[in-house]
Write a protein that binds this ligand. Structure first.
Ligand SMILES: O=C[C@H](O)COP(=O)(O)O
Length: 250
């Protein structure tokens, strides 16, 4: 069975609650495309107002991060139960910005992935290499390692429902997109890695996104690739262009 594309916006640290409502209302009519799962991953404080604004539309509201403990003395963190109680179904985990600025590691990402599954939240698990790693030719090994650690103790049944976002760090927010062939090479290697760790059925069912300067002009070519099942979109998800990205196939 063909995998359904999943196109997610990652708002990062943008939009106040009232701005979030305005943006959801603006984009609602533009992102209607039944062929695609559409997710807006928004700052924690925007989740509830964005959810209200998205009611009756095809937009699913997701989170940008989550902690791996259930509750307790973890000032500033947000728990999985807080997300599920608000109706959240997807959470971005291990984004390179979380790794760079907030010291997240493959090990903490793995703990979060396990916790997300425990609570029925679908993780969008990010991986990707630096420009130096690409130039050194070690990027595929690096990404395979990231994936293997992120999926430790994850069952095949769970893994089949996960989303992986391949985001080369050199392409994030830089305007420099990976070519569709570069993106496909890595997304194909990720699927092969899932096949090796699990089995064919899991590899065929897991969805793999590309992220890094996706825009209305390059989305169709990227998403046409066999192993690219959609995108994780930063900057372009904050404007009307996101509608064109979601409707890449129209
Ligand atoms: O999560 C999204 C990515 O970091 C891509 O961001 P960008 O589309 O602004 O390059």
């Amino acid at each position: 069975m063909a995998r359904k594309k999943i196109i997610a916006g990652n708002w990062k640290m943008n939009k106040t609650p009232s701005e979030a409502v305005a943006l959801v209302n603006e984009l609602k009519p533009l992102v209607a495309n039944e062929d695609v799962d559409v997710v807006f991953c928004v700052p924690a404080i925007d989740i509830i107002p964005a959810m209200e604004a998205a009611k009756g539309s095809n937009i699913c509201i997701g989170a940008e991060n989550m902690y791996f403990e259930e509750s307790g003395a973890y000032t500033g963190e947000i728990s999985p139960a807080m997300l599920t109680d608000a109706g959240v179904k997807y959470v971005v985990l291990g984004h390179s910005e979380r790794r760079e600025y907030f010291a997240e590691t493959d090990e903490t990402v793995n703990k979060k992935v396990l916790k997300a599954f425990e609570h029925g939240i679908t993780p969008i698990i990010c991986c990707g290499e630096t420009l130096t790693q690409r130039k050194q030719g070690i990027y595929l090994d690096w990404i395979r390692m990231q994936i293997k650690i992120a999926f430790q103790n994850v069952t095949a049944e769970q893994a089949a429902t996960a989303v992986i976002a391949y985001e080369p760090i050199w392409a994030i927010g830089t305007g420099e997109t990976a070519t569709s062939d570069q993106a496909e090479e890595v997304c194909g290697a990720i699927r092969a890695c899932i096949r090796e760790v699990y089995d064919e059925a899991t590899a065929e069912s897991i969805r793999i996104q590309y992220g890094g300067s996706v825009n209305a002009g390059n989305a169709a070519e990227l998403f046409a690739k066999a192993d690219i099942d959609g995108g994780l979109v930063g900057g372009a998800s904050l404007k009307a262009d996101f509608g064109k990205i979601v409707n890449y196939n129209k």
